[in-house]
Design a protein around this ligand. Structure first.
Ligand code: PLP
Length: 417
């Protein structure tokens, strides 16, 4: 009986099963029945070893298990433990700390940081800008609070960053809203594996500066760096942070930091929203706005996870050991992605420009039908609106080598039907 509804009107959403979850459950079922060797499960958004088991870094979990119970149990500061917030700045920016007022507030994962930023830096009814290929929770997070995601085209015909499309959408929002809130997921974008090149960042920032000449406009860049620790070059992938130095006071950057991928700490729910601004007042306002939201939503965050990060980052030897362990996994990821990209080229499978990260995307029509077709070959991937997402993070090299031709065949078969 659908007529009886107890939930508030704004809380009633379509009763759709999460498609990622569903395919991932089917993949796991197939693995159970046929053995992992005979199944390609490319649905998972976490780093898996070659046998398909979750990778958990020893340098992280040995440290976690050595913590004093009290460091896990006690309440933490609402804004995050001071040593955690310092450690976050250190690992986030490394040698590329921008100039200005930089303040971090703890959040439950990168997701919590997105919520903090979207809630405090947009008005009800506002459009929020991101690219047409995007991580779908951006919609859930903003839609729940009455905001709406609008998209620009991420790529042009040559598969380069489509600055013209970005500019058009940005100016369109600027013409009707006070705030222009943009989410840029880079480097190692989910789902495409693309990273915005530094020259394109220059154009984006010049555009922001131009629009900021109107003092009534407020420009907020939310930079989602969830995958930065798995970009091949730690330094090159951080250079763009310096570009957020000395921008006009009505341009604010908020970086969304997450421990999920970089520290294989997905379930620990620890991250941070970090503001970069040339105005001390804007940074103080950021701090108080976010701390209020923390109190009002989840109170404090995971103290043990905070202690874990600061212990590793503030100890040279531990940080070195962690970095070495992570780099081994990073190299594994790079090899898998290289094999997939190379093989795709060989068999003539069009993919989006992969640079770094956990995923490769294949543009296509009828993505659901293609995914369904591929399940017959025991290959499971995630259908998106405009294509397919293949998780190189979860699939070993041998499977990354055979997958592209399987996908190519399925695409042709569905097209021919
Ligand atoms: N942003 C992107 C693009 C992601 O893919 C993820 C996780 O999958 C996140 C942010 C946030 O993850 P978490 O909330 O676990 O830190």
């Amino acid at each position: 009986d659908m007529s009886q509804s107890m939930a508030a009107k704004h809380s009633i959403w379509p009763r759709e099963k999460d498609i990622i979850f569903n395919l991932s459950a089917r993949a796991q079922q197939a693995e159970k029945e046929l053995g992992t060797n005979n199944v390609i499960n490319a649905t998972i958004g976490a780093l898996m070893d070659d046998e398909g088991k979750l990778i958990t870094m020893d340098t992280v979990y040995d440290e976690y298990k050595s913590l004093d119970n009290k460091d896990i149990s006690a309440y933490a500061a609402l804004e995050g433990q001071p040593d955690y917030l310092e450690a976050v700045k250190k690992v986030c920016f490394k040698d590329y700390l921008p100039e200005g007022y930089i303040k971090a507030v703890a959040s439950p994962g990168g997701s919590g940081a997105i919520k903090l930023a979207a809630w405090n830096y947009t008005e009800e009814g506002d459009e929020v800008l991101t690219s047409d290929w995007f991580w779908s929770p951006y919609v859930s997070i903003t839609e729940e609070i009455g905001r709406k995601v609008t998209t620009y085209k991420l790529f042009d015909e040559q598969n380069n960053f489509n600055f013209n499309s970005f500019k058009e959408s940005f100016l369109n929002i600027a013409s009707k809203q006070e705030r222009i809130f943009t989410i840029l997921n880079t480097p190692a974008h989910n789902p495409t594996g693309y990273s915005i090149p530094d020259e394109e960042w220059d154009k984006i920032i010049d555009l922001a500066k131009e629009v900021s000449k109107n003092p009534d406009k407020k420009i907020i860049f939310f930079v989602d760096i969830a995958y930065i620790d798995f970009a091949s070059d730690d330094n090159a992938s951080r250079k763009f942070f310096k570009k957020f130095s000395n921008l006009p006071e009505n341009v604010l950057t908020i970086v969304g930091f997450s421990m999920s991928k970089g520290f294989t700490a997905y379930g620990m729910r620890m991250g941070s929203a970090i503001c970069i601004t040339s105005s001390e007042n804007v940074s103080e306002e950021f701090y108080y706005a976010c701390v209020h939201s923390c109190r009002a939503n989840w109170s404090n965050c995971n103290r043990g996870a905070m202690k874990l990060l600061s212990n590793i980052v503030n100890d040279e030897a531990k940080f070195k050991a962690y970095t070495e362990e992570k780099n081994k996994h990073k190299q594994m990821l790079r090899r898998r992605a290289d094999v997939f990209v190379k093989e795709a080229e060989k068999v003539g499978l069009d993919i989006l420009p992969y640079r770094d990260g956990f995923f490769v995307s294949i543009p296509c029509e009828n993505s659901r039908a293609v995914c369904e077709e591929l399940t017959k070959d025991n290959l499971f991937m995630v259908p998106l609106k405009a294509g397919l997402r293949f998780a190189v993070c979860a699939v070993n090299e041998d499977k990354c080598k055979i997958a592209p031709s399987m996908i190519k065949n399925a695409l042709e078969y569905i097209k021919s039907k």
